[in-house]
Design a protein. Structure first.
Length: 231
């Protein structure tokens, strides 16, 4: 009996050793797999952030351009309102203002990279603050700016442009000249349209554009900080 026990003891030790080796091997394999998967996710995250960062720079230039044009239209509206309430004659400067009040600045921002991220899942972005900033920018600030610009464009097409087509002549240089300035002044309709558009642009559209620009710069700065660390 004693001989049998002595003979079996090394077998138990060998079995335990083998089990320990298997457990260690599996643990190392799982750790390696987890490390590889995490590295793949971070590479995908960096790729997505680079795409969003590039689209943000393009959007930034677009927002500045459209804001400049909309500000021009707002200024034209205020100046025309004052002109139509005065007795001044039509000048070359005034005819250019009539063209400006009829102008629009359609806004279409580049949301495809964000929509792709939304489909993939926001958990791909490891920085929680950036996830919140991205959602706020695209689903709130961008959407509001685009909606306000669209409403302004529709308003011009429905209110201002039909009136100009009816009461004005369009010369070869694309300037609008009133057929009867006294009648345009007397009705007060165009003056009110100019005032209303300038107010709407200043109080709603341009403010939403400024918030979109600020949000764009904030998200861009956060992304650049992450990308600089990863390089």
């Amino acid at each position: 009996m004693r001989v049998s026990r002595l003979a079996s003891a090394p077998n138990w030790r060998n079995a335990i050793g083998e089990i320990v080796l298997i457990v260690v091997g599996v643990t190392i394999a799982l750790a390696g797999t987890s490390w590889y998967e995490d590295r793949a996710l971070r590479s995908e995250e960096i790729r997505v952030l680079r795409q969003i960062g590039q689209s943000l720079e393009e959007d930034y230039r677009t927002l500045l351009n459209r804001s400049e044009r909309l500000n021009k239209f707002s200024n034209a509206g205020r100046q025309l309102y004052e002109f139509l309430r005065s007795a001044e004659p039509v000048s070359e400067n005034i005819t250019s203002l009539f063209s400006s009040i009829n102008g629009v600045a359609p806004l279409e921002l580049r949301t495809a990279p964000f929509e792709a991220l939304k489909s993939r899942g926001f958990d791909l972005i490891s920085d929680e603050t950036l996830r919140i900033e991205l959602i706020e920018l695209y689903d709130d600030l961008y959407e509001r700016a685009e909606r306000n610009v669209t409403q302004d464009t529709e308003w011009v097409h429905e209110r201002i442009r039909p009136y100009l087509m009816e009461q004005f002549l369009r010369d070869p240089s694309d300037s609008w000249i009133p057929k009867d300035l006294d009648e345009v002044r007397a009705s007060g309709y165009l003056a009110n349209l100019c005032k209303m558009r300038a107010f709407s642009l200043d109080e709603y559209t341009l403010q939403s554009m400024r918030r979109a620009v600020d949000g764009n710069r904030r998200v861009s700065q956060t992304i650049n900080g992450i990308l600089n660390i990863s390089d």
